[in-house]
Design a protein around this ligand. Structure first.
Ligand code: URP
Ligand code: ZN
Ligand code: ZN
Length: 457
């Protein structure tokens, strides 16, 4: 065997059990009870630790071009290395179609950029920003793209699909058994909200939240649900932030609609007060941070199984790129980091604080994203013959989050000062130890592109 991990507590989406793992040629070769059954070149004693399948973060943006120019601060190299430190072994990023251009060409270019840099495995969603080249969806599916993002806002950046386009888009998605992934905010409400803030001279970060009110998310989710109901498409709702949005998801599921939803650590841990803090401009992202009542509602919807995934929407910019606090809110680039801290933060919140079942955490952060986006059981499981993508997690380590202890490419962090108990101490990708005890010891370009399966029967 290449590697043995003994005496750990294995956690997957079905249970927690004490066992040993033998890993050979990148796969889990055996899960067994007698620790002396196999020997290997390297053995890790994981007594007192958990072993999880690697986190599958299905919503991240590395090297994102925004407003046509700025590139988000993490490259695929720095971003995936930081991800590995955080226990993440798979990401799904985006190839955003430029309006009027071929999405297939854009996808192939993006793949080329990522291939030479990635430390962990990755897939790509394709974002559709118009109905040109709709027939390329078939070629993209053949390339391993099973999910297609759309926006109902950002008309000023030419990203949104209008109602009639959306219906057509959903029909094509349905016909090809793919998954539609929606960034859902009502464009007209958002545009009017921003204009109103400008007219009233309200340009501070807090007015970003005010300019994109709850109803913008609620209306867009409601309409998308209506369209998918009519077209029978399968919809995944990206970054749900509001009580209203999560309630709509719950009702849709009760009606057996093919719909899933995600939220992000920042919507659970931060609220609109973060915009009033010093450097509040750094916390600008869209949809915005909400109120304490929304945070509680999202936790409740996680607990009752309504929300399917926790993903980061990692999209970080330097202070300079965000304007050093000198820009009106509507000119600040949107997005915050999260990929390295999501597992310990969510462990601390949902397990330590809310006493949730630990299998549920792994379901939300690894198994469900792998299943939904066509990577299961190779990713998101602990099963014989699947990829040995593992995190060894020490539930007793206490840390205070600071940018200096992290490995992403900026000197700030939205969770700076938060204390957590529980930290990933080793991350293994297809049997190779990438990170151990705070050091990156593995190959830095071990990642590969993952062609994903369609999951809609
Ligand atoms: O503010 C955010 N979330 N930036 C990333 C792009 C997106 O809409 O997910
Ligand atoms: Zn989005
Ligand atoms: Zn995003």
């Amino acid at each position: 065997m290449d590697l043995i991990i003994k005496n750990g507590s294995l956690v997957d989406s079905v249970g927690v059990y004490r066992a040993n793992l033998a890993i050979n040629k990148g796969k889990i070769e055996a899960i067994y009870s007698n620790p002396d059954r196999f020997s290997a070149e390297k053995t890790i004693d994981a007594e007192g630790k958990y072993i999880f399948p690697g986190v599958v973060d299905s919503h991240v943006h590395f090297q994102l071009q925004d407003l046509g120019k700025e590139i988000s601060t993490d490259s695929f190299a720095s971003g995936t290395q930081a991800a590995a430190f955080g226990g993440c072994t798979t990401i799904i990023d985006f190839a955003d179609q430029t309006r009027g251009a071929s999405p297939l060409k854009g996808f192939l270019e993006r793949q080329k950029v990522a291939n030479s840099q990635v430390a962990i495995d990755y897939g790509l969603h394709v974002s559709k920003t118009d109905l040109e080249f709709l027939d390329e969806i078939i070629a993209l599916i053949n390339e391993g793209v099973s999910s297609f993002k759309f926006f109902t806002t950002y008309s000023w950046r030419n990203l949104d699909l209008h109602d009639s386009e959306l219906i057509k888009f959903f029909s094509v998605i349905r016909k090809n058994r793919a998954l539609a992934m929606g960034h859902l905010e009502n464009d007209s409400i958002v545009q009017q909200g921003i204009q109103q803030m400008i007219d009233e001279g309200k340009l501070d970060p807090i007015h970003h939240a005010e300019s994109r009110p709850h109803i913008a998310e609620e209306e867009a989710i409601q309409k998308a649900l209506l369209f998918v109901q009519k077209t029978k498409a399968k919809l995944h709702i990206a970054h749900i932030t509001t009580k209203e949005g999560s309630d709509l998801l719950r009702t849709a599921k009760q009606q057996d609609m093919r719909v899933t939803g995600e939220t992000c650590p920042h919507y659970l841990l931060l609220n609109e007060k973060a915009y009033m803090a010093e450097d509040g401009y750094l916390n600008l992202m869209s949809p915005p941070l909400r109120y304490a009542k929304d945070q509680q509602a999202l936790v409740n919807r996680i607990k009752d199984g309504t929300i399917d995934l926790i993903v980061t929407d990692h999209c970080e910019f330097s202070r300079k790129s965000k304007g050093n606090g000198n820009l009106p809110f509507y000119k600040v680039l949107n997005g915050i980091p999260g990929i390295e801290t999501s597992l310990p933060l969510m462990y601390d919140l949902l397990i330590n604080k809310y006493k949730m079942d630990i299998t549920k955490l792994i379901t939300l952060m690894s198994t469900n994203p792998a299943k939904l986006f066509g990577l299961y059981p190779q990713k998101g499981s602990l099963q014989v013959n699947t990829d040995a993508d593992l995190v060894i997690f020490d539930p007793s380590i206490e840390k205070t989050i600071r940018p200096e202890i992290l490995h992403h490419n900026i000197d700030w962090n939205p969770y700076s000062g938060m204390k957590v108990k529980g930290w990933p101490i080793a991350t293994i990708l297809r049997g190779q130890i990438l990170c151990e005890n705070g050091e990156f010891i593995g190959p830095k370009k071990a990642g590969k592109f993952l062609a994903r399966q369609l999951t809609y029967q």
